[in-house]
Design a protein. Structure first.
Length: 356
């Protein structure tokens, strides 16, 4: 089938990250034909400039306006149109669909949530005045949800120097042997400075890999010094492709992640993590986090439960670090469970089945 994915980058990278991950799954795993219309192609290109460029070449990257240029839609009517995160389709593109020889199905791809209510809304029709069929599609953890984007499944194999992606070699060459690694990708509201200072009091060595922009969030240049013990080594990586960032997550012992794409990748990496969920004014993120923790910790021991809930609410690491080995085992078990539950191919496969 032909798919048109519409991606508007509201802020951050998550919108592009999800659209790209969906597009690559649809093409490379399911042989679909995909165009992405995006209002910020440089960002999308950067994310997609990963390790296997042949995957990227199979997806048609187009600027937003190309969706309604006159020589487009009469010859290439899609079978499916994805409105990622409810972005509004351009009026002129819609007008082209009205006169198209066959009518596509429109999918409103929603935000991921572990809340049980999404099962009742997933797949429901969203009748439109214009008459084109449109449906809600809710990614989620439950069986009756849209599932998760699991592609590509990270490998658990031991890494050798040859496997280090080129963009990460300068950083990885500075890692100390037998030292725990932590990656950091969080929003500015996180109490990161205090967190790192506390980590340094534990008495163990940690290499902390700060993703692009995180060092600026520490705001160290304006006399706001950080009091780090010699146990902590801070390392900065540039903005890398999504493949390379996935790799970072799989190679660290603990990850701090944020929006929904890195959140799922941290789980697939099978390591303990803090989900710094995107803060919302109405505190909806607290409900979302609680719903996820209820699922994630369902079969965890009481001590792992307490440690994980504390960590996810930014209690300092010295309070919960003693539980890290048990939490690591729990993370691996959760990864296995997740992959089993998404054994049908996860979101991309469920989407194709739904449309079919
Ligand atoms: O960037 P985010 O904060 O995106 C957020 C979320 O999607 C949130 O739900 C949404 O409401 C908001 O945007 C608008 O975090 P997220 O979802 O983890 O997306 C980051 C993407 O960027 C992910 O695909 C990984 C990728 N990435 C890289 O490709 N290279 C990098 O160096 C880094 C740090 C990330």
């Amino acid at each position: 089938m032909r798919w048109d994915i519409f991606c508007q980058i509201v802020d951050n990278y998550g919108d592009a990250g999800i659209c790209w991950r969906l597009a690559r799954s649809l093409t490379s795993l399911h042989g679909q034909s995909v165009r992405i219309f995006c209002d910020d192609l440089p960002t999308l290109n950067l994310l997609a400039s990963g390790l296997d460029q042949s995957i990227k070449q199979r997806v048609d990257f187009e600027p937003w306006e190309a969706s309604f240029s006159n020589n487009r839609h009469p010859v290439q009517t899609p079978d499916v149109v994805i409105e990622a995160f409810g972005c509004k389709l351009p009026d002129r593109y819609l007008a082209g669909l009205f006169i198209a020889p066959h009518k596509p199905i429109i999918i409103n791809l929603e935000y991921l949530s572990a809340e049980p209510w999404i099962e009742d809304f997933h797949g429901k029709a969203s009748p439109q005045a214009h008459g084109l069929p449109k449906y809600f599609f809710f990614p989620g953890f439950h069986d009756n949800s849209g599932g998760l984007l699991i592609d590509p499944i990270p490998k658990q194999a031991e890494t050798t120097k040859a496997h280090i992606p080129p963009a990460l070699k300068p950083t990885w060459s500075q890692l100390r042997p037998h030292t725990k690694r932590i990656s950091v990708f969080c929003y500015p509201s996180a109490p990161l400075k205090k967190w790192l200072e506390d980590l340094g009091t534990i008495g163990e060595d940690f290499d902390v890999v700060l993703t692009y922009g995180q060092i600026e969030q520490l705001n160290l240049s304006s006399g706001n010094a950080i009091n780090l013990s010699s146990h902590i080594q801070l390392l900065c990586v540039p903005f890398v492709s999504q493949d390379e960032y996935d790799w970072v997550l799989s190679q660290c012992d603990f990850n701090i992640v944020r929006g929904e794409d890195s959140f799922v990748r941290a789980q697939l990496a099978g390591k303990p993590f803090i989900w710094h969920i995107y803060p919302q004014d109405d505190h909806a993120h607290e409900v979302k986090l609680a719903a996820f923790l209820a699922l994630y910790l369902e079969s965890a021991s009481e001590s792992v439960k307490t440690a994980c809930i504390d960590a996810m609410h930014w209690k300092l690491p010295s309070h919960w670090i003693t539980q890290i080995d048990d939490w690591s085992s729990h993370s691996m078990a959760w990864r296995t469970k997740l992959l089993l539950k998404q054994g049908d191919g996860g979101l991309a496969a469920r989407l194709i089945n739904f449309v079919a």
